[in-house]
Design a protein around this ligand. Structure first.
Ligand SMILES: [Zn+2]
Length: 347
């Protein structure tokens, strides 16, 4: 702990003591916010509301006699339940081709800032199929970064069933040297069966354990599991009764209004311990990069006033990496003194 009563930015950076995980959950709104002008070539990141038009599925659905203005989730669900395998295959390949073609641009994005602002004890769990988080992750690999979970699969991820390893699609398993099987995309159908695929089941298993042990959950651009019964029951059971979660903090990064957010997440959020930010750069993560847990502890348990140490959001990669460089040594010392930490270890 720092000696000063009120920590400075340098005190915060140099004082590392939190071992528990910070969990960030990403929905489609996060990719839209991170890439407001689309990918490198201007290809847009869809929300469920504009999914059909973004992927240019309107003529195809019309040709099949399906109302293109229906929610894609309902459309796919209907085709799936009717057992129309040809149409399922066509839709799947259209979706895979679209997301598989997306490429990140040259400049730092919210996803670069996000992965750099968390530590290897932390997790990002995404519902998104696009590969842009993974592309941001790979180009910042000089730093120790959080672990990633793909709750609905991802076009950029592969896995080896035998060795339980996960890696970039197209690469080989480091143990058996076989090519990874590409992770499936979990389609929005009303009867989800997460357990049907080993990779997805494993991602959810880790996610549920995290929900029970994390000190902070940040929900970014995800409007909740209300139309997703299996996600709802998984998250409800894992997060535990609302009354038992008095110390943990939940942060929402969303452009939805407060009433909508609290309505969607009423089963999860303790009455007072939440904040809602409309912009990533106003969030706890962006104000306390790589020290979200320490800052949380100091502010909420030690009642200290904390100055922000904001991510420099408008600089290029060399300047961005320079900003994060001094965070390394205190983290290394923490690891040395505390030994290898458990995934879900205590503070
Ligand atoms: Zn293998």
């Amino acid at each position: 702990m720092s000696e000063a009563k009120e920590p400075t930015v340098e005190n915060e950076r140099d004082c590392v003591f939190m071992g528990r995980s910070h969990l960030v959950v990403l929905g489609a709104g996060a990719s839209r916010a991170a890439f407001p002008n689309g990918d490198r070539h201007g290809k847009k990141l869809p929300l469920m509301a504009d999914f059909v038009d973004t992927l240019e599925l309107r003529p195809l659905l019309a040709q099949w006699g399906i109302d293109p203005d229906r929610n894609f989730e309902d459309v796919f669900s209907g085709i799936y339940e009717a057992g129309e395998t040809d149409r399922i295959g066509i839709l799947q390949s259209r979706v895979e081709n679209y997301f598989g073609s997306l490429q990140i641009g040259d400049n730092p994005t919210i996803y670069d800032h996000l992965v750099l602002s968390l530590r290897k004890k932390d997790y990002i769990a995404t519902f998104n199929w696009d590969p842009l988080l993974l592309q941001a992750y790979r180009r910042n690999g000089r730093f120790e970064l959080p672990k990633l979970l793909f709750l609905h699969g991802n076009v950029g991820i592969g896995y080896c069933v035998k060795d339980r390893t996960v890696g970039v699609a197209g690469a080989r398993c480091s143990k058996c040297l076989q090519s990874f099987t590409r992770a499936p995309l979990l389609y929005p159908i009303s009867q989800k069966n997460y357990a049907a695929n080993h990779f997805i089941a494993s991602e959810w298993g880790t996610f549920k354990k995290l929900l029970a042990h994390t000190f902070m959950v940040t929900i970014f651009g995800y409007s909740g599991p209300q139309s997703d019964q299996e996600a709802l029951s998984s998250m409800g059971a894992a997060w535990g009764p609302v009354r038992n979660r008095e110390l943990e903090q939940t942060c929402f990064i969303t452009i939805q209004d407060r009433d909508t957010v609290l309505g969607n997440f009423r089963d999860f959020v303790h009455t007072h311990h939440y904040e809602i930010d409309s912009n990533f750069y106003n969030s706890w993560i962006a104000h306390h990069p790589r020290r979200t847990g320490e800052a949380w502890w100091n502010q909420y348990l030690e009642c200290m006033f904390l100055p922000n140490n904001p991510i420099p959001k408008d600089v290029d990669f060399p300047a961005l990496w320079n900003f994060f460089e001094p965070f390394r040594e205190p983290e290394r010392l923490f690891e040395v003194t505390r030994g290898n930490r458990k995934n879900f270890g205590d503070a």
